[in-house]
Design a protein around this ligand. Structure first.
Ligand code: 5GP
Ligand code: MN
Length: 319
């Protein structure tokens, strides 16, 4: 009889002692929650695990186990697992020379199935939700700490249960994670509400330049903003989620200027549009409602090209 994918994964986990669990650069809560959730489950089963995020784990200080996250692996492992990444380019350079991953777990529809075994379920709202479904059949158990990490992934990728893909089944999963010990109000506050004073001032810089034109709402954050305000990261501090709350925004975008002549672009939209294709077209990826890309060029040039293409997407639909 041929083995199911879950049986193959369970067997490989059972026969391995050392693990690498890795996710993407500029990690979001689904990346951090999935690395921690699966990593802690493996540790509870007595395995030796290196938890790897190229940008480190500081951002997940509210999740159990975050101090165990390292920015690069220091030794090889029997089993390499990549979570929430559509392709190797999203991993950064931390796995250069480590070969093909043994297992890829992801929910991006742009996933390139780049592992030996691929558990890719694009209909799922978060990689953490896939892990919730599969971890028990991989011979692992979900304790309160693991439930907290997985619930954080779901809260993050659904922006607090408000993306169009949220349904009753997902709420039952979230409830099951709460039964297991996941603290939803705390996760919600830490992930989506609380921001540092500096991050809020950084939002302010972006909001002073907010623009709106026939269904598109956008702004930019410059290297000068970051320097002047002292914001320490190269991301948008989730300002794009604030832009997507603007009623006039059919599609919201943010442009975050990067050193070395590139711009990080994020798109957000509601149920009527799919922005993953346009992100893919610019060398990035993501989901129908939330997508991103790192695009080469000056801020002015990238803004012009991206707004032009996004305008076409708006106009090509009959909405
Ligand atoms: P964000 O705009 O918050 O960075 O990301 C939104 C979604 O798009 C996430 O699911 C994220 O994984 C994906 N995404 C963001 N940037 C990139 C990118 O450069 N390449 C790919 N493949 N996906 C991206
Ligand atoms: Mn995700």
């Amino acid at each position: 009889m041929t083995k199911t994918i879950d049986q193959r994964v369970a067997e490989q986990i059972k026969n391995s002692q050392t693990f690498l669990v890795v996710s993407h650069i500029r990690p979001d809560a689904d990346a951090g929650g999935s690395v921690l959730g699966l990593g802690l489950a493996l540790k509870s089963a007595g395995k030796t695990v290196q938890l790897v995020l190229a940008d480190g784990g500081e951002k997940f200080h509210y999740l159990p186990g975050w101090q165990q996250i390292v920015s690069a692996p220091t030794r090889p492992a029997d089993m390499i697992i990549i979570v929430d990444c559509s392709g190797t380019d999203r991993v950064g350079d931390v796995l250069d020379n480590y070969g093909k991953p043994h297992l890829v777990v992801d929910h991006h529809k742009t996933n390139l199935a780049f592992g030996e075994i691929n558990v890719v379920e694009p209909e799922q709202v978060a990689t953490a939700a896939i892990l919730f479904d599969h971890i028990p059949s991989w011979g692992l158990t979900i304790n309160a700490d693991i439930a907290t990490c997985l619930l954080a992934g779901i809260v993050g990728d659904t922006i607090g249960f408000r993306t169009p893909n949220v349904d009753a089944e997902l709420m039952r999963k979230a409830a099951a994670l709460m039964d297991l010990g996941g603290d939803l109000p705390r996760i919600y506050n830490e992930e989506l509400v609380l921001r540092s004073f500096i991050a809020t001032r950084y939002w302010g810089a972006g909001l002073t330049r907010l623009e709106s034109n026939q269904g598109l709402v956008w702004t930019s954050l410059t290297l000068a903003d970051r320097e002047e305000i002292g914001y320490p990261s190269d991301d948008d501090a989730d300002l794009v989620n604030v832009l997507s709350a603007v009623r006039e925004a059919k599609i919201a975008l943010i442009f975050v200027e990067q050193p070395n002549n590139s711009v990080k672009v994020s798109w957000r939209t509601g149920p009527e549009f799919d922005v993953s294709g346009i992100a893919y077209q610019f060398g990035g990826g993501g989901h129908a409602a939330a997508a991103g890309a790192d695009i080469e060029g000056t801020l002015a040039d990238v803004k012009r090209r991206v707004l032009q293409e996004t305008r076409k997407l708006l106009e090509s639909s009959s909405h």
